[in-house]
Design a protein around this ligand. Structure first.
Ligand code: SF4
Length: 373
């Protein structure tokens, strides 16, 4: 793996929506796996590890800027030092209360444990008020790390993993080239939780096309029922023609489900969740029903009722809401009772000649535009 000399403070390309107020610390560049056929986030970012010293220099820069903002050091112009991003990041984190940290890019736990522990010590030494440090984590990597290190990470506040489970179905996992099996995902989830690490499992409805929607919902619910993660986060699939997996849809191996079919898949998934205590959230921009959230098991009827409310709407009203969501004119189902929003969507449908014959294609295009693939 190519080692790159220190080039000043660095930020990676993405973070989960729930980390909007966190300090972002780049542990490595890109993804060490980078072979998932549905993911293009790091295609242009060759994987390279960052030495602990470089990461600690980034953390020192954040401390310097915080000292300036808090009046503990004389000010300086960030343009003089080439650390404009560190300046912005420190300011943003200060406004957010200096509580949470997110490690970038993908799967930062690939870093050798001794190095990662040094980084954690440095971070906690400078900022003892930190409450939570979060990282993306691949199941395969979690399974290879000795439990004692996972426990040591948790003790040093690296206490939350975002795991891209995507689906519990082995056939789809193979099509995706995810590099893990259902069983490995179950073991990783249970292992991380046994180390005291809070876990978020991401579920990607739509990934198995119409063909495997039912199997994906049932197998994914089975994983969740065995792991009982702290959070289940839903992130509907967006299919860009730039992604390898697009070929499967071109060749007819899979058929792209529309929003309504995806909602049916989500309904079956939630219905199949057992007596677990996870929080379900649907806060990703790609989801139609952003308000679909609740604590299991008590909120399961409420979540199913919300889905049924949408599914029971007349098709034309569903289409208004779908387009309203994709254009960010609508956020919740109750927006259908706001005449100005409904009229705006209807006007766009008229002007752009969008109707039931082409709404699926339009929504697909808007979904792809919404995220950096
Ligand atoms: S989905 Fe995750 S593991 Fe797969 S290539 Fe993308 S970043 Fe890497």
């Amino acid at each position: 793996m190519k080692q790159i000399d220190y080039q000043g403070f660095e930020l990676g390309p993405i973070r989960p929506p729930s980390e909007a107020y966190s300090l972002l610390v780049r542990i490595n560049r890109g993804c060490g796996w980078n072979k998932c056929r549905f993911c293009g986030f790091y295609r242009d970012t060759p994987f390279s590890p960052r030495p602990a010293e470089d990461i600690m220099k980034d953390i020192d820069l954040i401390k310097e800027w915080l000292d300036i903002f808090q009046g503990n050091a004389p000010g300086r112009d960030p343009r003089d030092d080439g650390d404009r991003e560190a300046c912005y990041m420190a300011y943003h984190w200060l406004q957010a209360g200096l509580r949470n940290v997110f490690f970038q890019d993908a799967n930062s736990i690939l870093m050798q444990p001794q190095g990662l522990l040094r980084v954690l010590d440095h971070l906690n030494g400078l900022f003892p008020q930190i409450r939570r440090i979060t990282s993306y984590a691949r199941s395969d990597t979690i399974n290879r790390i000795p439990l004692k290190y996972l426990k040591a990470y948790r003790e040093k506040k690296l206490n939350r993993f975002h795991i891209g489970l995507e689906t519990g179905n082995d056939h789809i996992l193979k099509l995706m080239n995810k590099g893990v099996t259902k069983q490995a995902q179950i073991e990783a989830g249970i292992k991380a939780m046994s180390a005291g690490i809070e876990i978020n499992e991401f579920y990607m409805p739509g990934m198995g096309g119409r063909e495997y929607a039912r199997a994906s919902a049932l197998d994914t619910a089975d994983v969740m029922n065995q792991v009982n993660p702290d959070f289940i986060r839903i992130r509907s699939m967006a299919l860009s023609d730039k992604l390898e997996m697009y070929e499967d849809y071109e060749k007819g191996i899979l058929t792209r489900p529309n929003d309504i079919e995806t909602i049916h898949e989500i309904r079956l998934f939630i219905e199949s969740l057992g007596d677990i205590t996870s929080v379900v959230d649907s806060d990703h921009i790609l989801n139609i029903l952003l308000e679909l959230k609740g604590k299991m098991p008590q909120d399961k009827p409420k979540m199913l009722a919300l889905i049924d409310k949408f599914l029971d709407l007349p098709e034309d009203t569903q289409n208004i809401f779908r387009l309203g969501r994709r254009l960010n004119i609508m956020g919740e189902l109750s927006d259908l009772t706001v005449p100005s929003r409904v009229d705006r969507v209807k006007a766009i449908m008229d002007q752009s000649e969008i109707d039931r014959s082409n709404i699926d294609t339009v929504c697909d295009q808007l979904m792809v535009r919404a995220i950096p693939i």
